[in-house]
Write a protein that binds this ligand. Structure first.
Ligand code: DGL
Length: 258
């Protein structure tokens, strides 16, 4: 059983990516919708919430933890690894690695929440992998609420994106990391604004690939072949969460209270 948590419903993009890539594992999801957003909060609070989320997932039988939230991954991964004995995957490293391998010019853009961009973690990781890369990061705090309002095709969203992406276009990045779990839902608009030549890195897909690699190195007891059963927990079950989930999966999800 794989435990995944996010600050809310954004991490469902991670669930979707894992489901597409590794359909034979059971997933346990916890979305902390009662406390969302994390991206505007301090590192201490995000860490405290993240530890609590991991405790819940482990108590429900998670054998691997996936921090499916960029804001939590940026500030809490180290402490989660210290506190829990199970393997812990996070979304930053895999996305950074893909960006470094894909970028030809070494000019890499990052968009994320204030917590993620403020942590400087992408810069650190990319710098360690290839110190000659130039990184340009832009916090985009308005994007999460727009996605949550399902304003993913509105003119206003396009205008805000134009403003946020302008400096990255000016810097001529050839690779852009979508450093927030909500942003895959804006992928088409972002791609259209950045141009087809800019490679977009979706951190949810990259962490799913890492998980597949980890599982192929074999973790007995993790796979649950018969039958695959997912459980989705939300700390606050709202109609809007259901709406976004249905949109993302093309089917309604049954949400449970912890
Ligand atoms: N899930 C968060 C992330 O990936 C975005 C939403 C929030 O701010 O809580 O950073």
């Amino acid at each position: 059983m794989i435990g995944i948590f996010d600050s809310g419903i954004g991490g469902l993009t991670v669930v979707r990516a894992i489901e597409n890539l590794i359909p034979d594992v059971s997933l346990l999801y916890f979305g902390d919708t009662a406390k969302t957003p994390y991206g505007t909060k301090s590192a201490d609070i995000i860490t405290e919430y993240s530890l609590r989320n991991c405790e819940f997932l482990v108590s429900k039988g998670a054998k691997i933890l996936v921090v499916g939230c960029n804001s939590a991954s940026s500030v809490a991964t180290e402490i989660i690894r210290q506190e829990f004995k199970v393997p812990v995957l996070e979304v930053i490293g895999p996305a950074a690695k893909r960006a470094v391998s894909l970028s030809k010019s070494g000019r890499i853009g990052i968009i994320g929440t204030r917590a993620t961009v403020g942590s400087g973690v992408y810069e650190q990781q990319i710098g360690m992998m290839n110190p000659s890369c130039r990184i340009f990061s832009v916090p985009c705090p308005l994007l999460v609420p727009l996605v949550e309002e399902t304003w993913t095709a509105k003119r206003e969203t396009k205008m805000i994106l134009r403003r946020y992406l302008h400096p990255l276009r000016q810097q001529q990045v050839d690779t852009l990391i979508l450093g927030c779990t909500h942003y895959p839902l804006l992928k088409e608009l972002i791609q259209a604004r950045m141009g087809r030549k800019v490679a977009l890195i979706d951190s949810s897909v990259e962490v799913a690939l890492s998980l597949r690699q980890l599982l192929s190195r074999s973790h007995p007891g993790t796979h649950c072949y018969q039958p695959v059963q997912h459980a989705f927990y939300l700390s606050d079950i709202t109609k809007n969460a259901q709406k976004i989930a249905t949109r993302l999966f093309g089917r309604p999800l049954e949400f449970l209270s912890p």
